[in-house]
Design a protein around this ligand. Structure first.
Ligand code: ADP
Ligand code: TZD
Length: 580
């Protein structure tokens, strides 16, 4: 006897419903695994094969922020990782979408921010024989080069395992970007629902504490105790570690001057009396014992080399990655562990009065600070009345408005726009400054700003060079679509570095650009302002922050203001041009 088709009889369709209820698929498993691990937001771009995944995530209460370009979505996920201490999630489609996201993934890894890029991919049996599939690419092989780790899930029953593994690897130890490949066939695979509950798990203690050995702590303390000119360098690893209270207690108890790296600004307020930020070159050149806290001796610190540094300086390095030690200079006292645990141990083992920065050294740095502040005050004063407006004219207005809004997050990229903002706009609160970071990458602006607004709900001010904004400018539409409290301030000097370079041909010079960015945001429904004087900048920014809706202030800056590559012009190869 042949069975009637299930849909033909009432009894059969009830049976089909019952069996469907006992089934689930890869897409549901991914969403359930993310929810189980408290993922609240996915940043991404939809398309084959992840559209239903985004839809289901949204329906199930995970916020999906849809971007215009995956690079920006990945940067947003990275910033979310830095801001929350938990991996940000980016979702991309196969091959080209995946590749677009990789810049963000690699940048996250370089900066030690935790994130996971989940990407759909095409059919393995077609891709691996290179038979020419839709969006064909061996994504796992590609991603390995750019990520802390890369994994692929081959069976729906491994989805829970794959997500747990990706989240753990991204967050534990030195944080970084993890790639997770889920082929379309796995997303569509149907499996028994009872197996589901057993295949998913919640990661316990995502980034376990790692304690330094007591003898390592004592070695570091003794070195500091014998120092004549001790210095602390705070890096973004210290900011990430959320050891704000311990760091402040240690610095204030010992009186040691400190220099914050750009994303560590605000860990202690920039106007703290022990900040040597404004006497940085003297501090680095003279210090005899240097405690690096979550800061690498990479190009941003001249690799620890003379003449920037005292060639006899002894380094103590607190870092979670032991492989970072001795990467550039001998590390006399390694402190391997998470910075919160390291600083707890240091405070615990430090005897009262054992480490005290000599007053003469503090005075020397204070004098240099005062002299540099006075020099800068003259430059600022001159810029205030200059017309056309200078970078420093606009930035003083930004500084003064932001002084009223310590809760605001600052995103910053460009060359001159980056250097001058870092030096002009002080930070008062930890983890409120996000910038181009270790790579000096352009394009983080709108992604970072969107993540800061989504994750914190606070006002965000993105201070952008006009070239820098171009890399992610289409996300102004994302900002307006989601009605985020982001104000973008463009320091528009009509070019990369500057806008007055003459051209040798009928084409514009390679550095020349031209745009009215205030009109761009208006096309998307946001509020655009054009500002030609510092007073106009103040009025526009004050209004924009008060309104809390998407806005852009296009600051018209003198095209002749700005130096080639900002303060890293020496890295430009000159070759024969130097001889001319
Ligand atoms: P900056 O650019 O601000 O100088 P870097 O990105 O060069 O900072 O250095 C950050 C360092 O902090 C990295 O070497 C990383 O391993 C380390 N790090 C990140 N998170 C932690 C943590 N929780 N505890 C200890 N070290 C950390
Ligand atoms: N591409 C990427 C992804 N990152 C980069 N760092 C660059 C190109 C090169 N680059 C810089 O290093 S800064 C910069 C570029 C293109 C832009 C500088 O111009 P700007 O800022 O308008 O953003 P200023 O204030 O005019 O200097």
């Amino acid at each position: 006897m042949t069975e009637a088709p299930a849909q033909a009889t009432g009894e059969g369709s009830a049976r089909a419903d019952a069996s469907a209820a006992a089934l689930t698929d890869g897409i549901h498993l991914v969403v359930d695994a993310l929810k189980l691990n408290d993922v609240t937001t996915i940043y991404g771009v939809v398309g084959i094969p992840v559209t239903d995944l985004a839809r289901l995530a949204q329906a199930e209460g995970i916020r999906f922020i849809g971007f215009r370009h995956e690079s920006n979505a990945a940067h947003a996920a990275a910033a979310a990782g830095f801001l929350t201490g938990k991996p940000g999630i980016c979702l991309t489609v196969s091959a080209p979408g995946f590749l677009n996201g990789l810049v963000g993934l690699a940048n996250a890894t370089t900066n030690c921010f935790p994130m996971v890029q989940i990407s759909g991919s095409s059919e393995r049996h077609i891709v691996d024989l290179q038979r020419g599939d839709y969006e064909e690419m061996d994504q796992l092989a590609v991603a390995r080069n750019f990520a802390k780790a890369a994994y692929r899930i081959h069976r729906a029953e491994d989805i829970g395992r794959g997500i747990a593994r990706a989240l753990r690897t991204a967050a534990a130890g030195r944080p970084g970007g993890v790639y997770l490949d889920i082929p379309a066939a796995v997303l569509g695979e149907v499996i028994d629902k009872t197996a589901e509950s057993r295949s998913l798990w919640r990661v316990t203690d995502l980034a376990p504490r790692q304690l330094p050995a007591p003898e390592a702590v004592d070695r570091a303390i003794e070195l500091l105790a014998g120092a004549q000119r001790p210095l602390v360098v705070l890096g973004k690893g210290a900011a990430y570690a959320r050891a704000d209270v311990q760091l402040r207690e240690f610095i204030e108890a010992t009186g040691i001057p400190y220099v914050p790296m750009s994303m560590a600004k605000g860990l202690l307020p920039d106007d703290h009396p022990q900040s040597a930020a404004t006497a940085r070159s003297l501090a680095l050149k003279q210090a005899d014992v240097v405690l690096l806290v979550g800061a690498r001796l990479n190009w941003l610190l001249s690799h620890g080399d003379a003449p920037t540094w005292n060639p006899d300086a002894k380094f103590i390095q607190a870092d979670i990655a032991a492989s970072e030690l001795d990467s550039n200079q001998p590390i006399a006292a390694p402190l391997v562990g998470d910075i919160a645990s390291v600083m707890d141990a240091v405070l615990d083992r430090l005897k009262p009065g054992q480490v005290k920065a000599p007053q003469s050294w503090r005075d020397e740095l204070r004098e240099r600070t005062d002299a540099n502040v006075a020099k800068m005050a003259k430059r600022l004063e001159a810029a205030r009345s200059a017309y056309p407006m200078k970078f420093l004219g606009a930035l003083q207005s930004v500084r003064d408005v932001l002084a009223q809004h310590p809760e605001a997050y600052v995103v910053n990229e460009g060359a001159n726009a980056l250097d001058l903002t870092r030096n002009t706009v002080p930070m008062r609160v930890p983890r409120h400054r996000l910038d181009s970071g270790t790579w000096g990458v352009m394009g983080i602006g709108m992604g970072y700003a969107i993540a800061a607004a989504v994750e914190t709900g606070e006002p965000v001010v993105a201070i952008e060079g006009d070239s820098a904004l171009g890399f992610s400018g289409m996300e102004l539409e994302t900002i307006t679509r989601y009605k985020l409290p982001v104000t973008t301030v463009v320091l528009n000097n009509s070019g990369v570095y500057r806008g007055d370079e003459p051209s040798a041909t009928r084409d514009p010079a390679p550095t020349y650009l031209h745009a009215r960015h205030d009109l761009m945001i208006e096309a998307f429904g946001g509020t655009g302002y054009q500002a030609t004087t510092p007073e106009e900048v103040t009025a526009a920014l004050t209004r924009a922050i008060a309104q809390g809706t998407p806005a852009l202030v296009d600051c018209v800056i003198d095209p002749s203001d700005g130096t080639e590559s900002g303060n890293i012009g020496h890295l430009n190869p000159r070759g024969l041009t130097a001889l001319r």
